[in-house]
Ligand binder design. Sequence first.
Ligand SMILES: [Cu+2]
Length: 390
Amino acid sequence: MSSHQATIPAPRREQGSGGASAGWKVVVLLLGIAVGVLAIAAVAAVQAADEARDEAGSAEAASPATAVHDHSATASATASQSLPLQSFAGATGANADALAKAHVAYDATLPAVPAGDLVEIHMTLKYMVVEIAPGVKYNTWAFDGHGAPGPILHVRQGQTVQMTLTNGGTIPHSIDFHAARIAPNHAFTDVAPGKSFTFRFQANDPGVFMYHCGTKPVLAHIANGMYGALVVDPATPLPHADKEYVLVASEWYLNGDGVSTPASLDMSKARAMMPDWTTFNGYANQYVTHPLTAKPGQTVRLYVVAAGPTLDTNFHVVGTIFDRAWVNGDMTQHQSGVQTVAAPAGGGAVFDVKIDDEGLYPFVSHAFAHVDLGQVGLLRVGNPKGTMTH
Ligand SMILES: [Cu+2]
């Protein structure tokens, strides 16, 4: 690459009447400099005002809670970065196929409802390195050592949930249950490192709900893996399903490819909504390599949560139509014969499919950038021959 230097004219001595002309030139030059300085000052003032407003917004949002906030944790998050941002989409380790086969898929099976009126849950937040795609490692903040998502929780309408969060990390964290009707400043308060916090709520609303860390900046805490799903069965049971699976959709924003060393969050990409990977249950394409299964004629119930942190999921199963779709997780009514249903970031929906013909049926977010980035899996009905070619 070549470089060049600007040509700077040599100063000239001015004499006689030319001296007055030179004087005016100096005045004009000084005025020009002054205007430039004023313009820079104005830009700086606008930036300062923006920052002050952001700070005020944070303080206002934080003020109801008796929360502890560690701004050092957000230092990297507030650093600005100029466009364009670098994508690591599709960058896997070598021998990706073998790595994908060796990966133990997140068990999507809905666990049983615990007995009794009180369901006690204890999660310990841990920082850990997990794989989010073949050979791609990421530094997560993980509920209960699960990586992301956190454990699938399952209760019945009317049960009381007693949640204890132990913070095994080095900055404050919290847990926010969308299934709870409870004052967040009491229940979802920040838990200091090394401390535990317990609260209770009654799960009176059936559906499939997100839970997540609500500590600021929430974008960073969710993007780092602090989310999961809570299924609340209606008191009046739904129609029988033979198989029940939970899929938590989310996206990942990496500051490196994660192959040689674990990646961490790129906050600029998270703000720009430019994910490197999108996943079901935290790992790209894991159910393509390790499909969910059903027998022909069985009813399969899929509980879908879009954890985000920012993007919706447009849920669709290729090769069939939803027999029932409880849109927005509203379990009081369902739609029938629908093709694609959006689960908004922070929301969820429940789907029944009954497939009679053997085959491989992909489930996707039909916003196809998500498929390209890894948010696709297979439902294998029966024991079909061959593989999915598209
Ligand atoms: Cu957190």
